[in-house]
Write a protein that binds this ligand. Structure first.
Ligand code: Q0Z
Length: 334
């Protein structure tokens, strides 16, 4: 039996560090119910390695991990009490799409979960489409953020007088302006669990000049390819975050999820207006619903009505189809 985590359970460690370093807590007030494929807290037949806000990692063997995207969704850094059906499949679908398209050395080995020894028969349908079998490497402890536009925390930092992510930018930029060229703005996981932006000098100190240059060049190259791809489909890739790892023979490869709506900021190009806030493709709808409830953005978040769940699901699927130019129904059928 697949044990499913629902709010109130403890299977997700109380502190989950997300891709952006934010600390998520499992919201309270629920009971354990078997709803395979929705919340996805557990793959009990494999050893659990790590939890993120919305992802889980399990050990297959010494050389391979099972990287699973759940249907959990966070908004304003809080995990919402209901999952978004198939959100994990959308994210895994986008990652797979870009791993294929980009053709850069990466950790993806397979998405065929039926080939994994030790998984229960009842776990396979639950995992299919949302899991990746990945090469286990040593994680390089720097989040490789690339920004093509000035937005979010980086915009606020710039407006308030500058800092690590804006140290090389010219004066006079507006919120959501396109940058003269994409910038590499690394961050590290702080003890608090939140990401902390670090300067170029600090990053060079941590990585050494050679690895710094290598990661910066790879990150910007991948960002440029993906943003070209997105732009051709009417989508702006405003910024994104990569992680890299080192193999036993010293090869640097791209790991983690890549260019998903959770690790990236995607905007509909026709909604871009510098000087303004730009709605996010996937999360705007649920954020607007949360805003109008008067919720104060501290846990627990309000329960999502069925129409907000299905509307959010529709937007994730629309993002998948827009970005990949593929049908999500076809993805589910594969
Ligand atoms: C990545 C993380 C989490 C999502 C471990 N290929 C790899 N080899 C070794 N380790 C990792 C990977 Cl991807 C690895 N993370 C970060 C944690 C959910 C991503 F809980 N942790």
């Amino acid at each position: 039996m697949v044990r499913i985590l629902v709010p109130g359970e403890e299977a997700v460690e109380s502190e989950n560090i997300g891709h952006d370093g934010t600390v998520a807590r499992t919201p309270g007030g629920g009971v354990s119910r078997p709803i395979p494929g929705l919340w996805l807290g557990d793959v009990p037949t494999l050893p659990h390695i790590a939890s993120g806000k919305v992802r889980e990692i399990y050990e297959i063997d010494e050389d391979r991990l099972l990287f699973v995207a759940t249907d959990r969704i966070s908004a304003y850094d809080v995990i919402l009490p209901q999952p978004i059906p198939d959100k994990g499949r959308v994210l895994t679908g986008v990652s797979r799409f870009f791993f294929d398209l980009l053709d850069v050395p990466n950790h993806l080995l397979s998405t065929d979960v039926s080939s994994v020894d030790g998984l229960g028969d009842d776990e396979i349908p639950h995992l299919s489409g949302r899991a990746m079998i990945v090469r286990r490497v040593e994680v390089i402890p720097v989040e490789c953020v690339v920004r093509g536009y000035l937005y979010g925390s980086s915009w606020r930092e710039y407006r308030d007088g500058g800092g690590p992510t804006t140290e090389h930018l010219p004066d006079g930029l507006r919120m959501a302006d396109k940058l003269p060229e994409p910038i590499f703005t690394p961050a590290t996981k702080a003890v608090s669990g939140h990401d902390e932006n670090i300067t170029e000098a600090q990053t060079r100190q941590r990585l050494g000049d050679d690895l710094y240059e290598d990661l910066r060049q790879r990150s910007i190259e991948v960002y440029l390819s993906a943003s070209d791809h997105a732009a051709a489909r009417g989508v702006i890739l405003a910024d994104t975050k990569f992680e890299f790892g080192t193999t036993a023979d010293g090869e640097v490869i791209l790991i983690d999820e890549v260019l998903t709506p959770d690790s990236s900021r995607y905007w509909p190009a026709d909604r871009w207006a510098p000087g303004n806030e730009i709605p996010s493709y996937d999360k705007q709808f649920v954020r607007e619903w949360l805003d109008q409830t008067g919720w104060d953005r501290t846990p627990p978040a309000p329960d999502l009505p069925a129409d907000v769940i299905s509307g959010t699901r529709d937007r994730y699927i629309e993002a998948y189809e827009k970005i990949t130019d593929l049908s999500f129904d076809d993805y589910l059928d594969r």
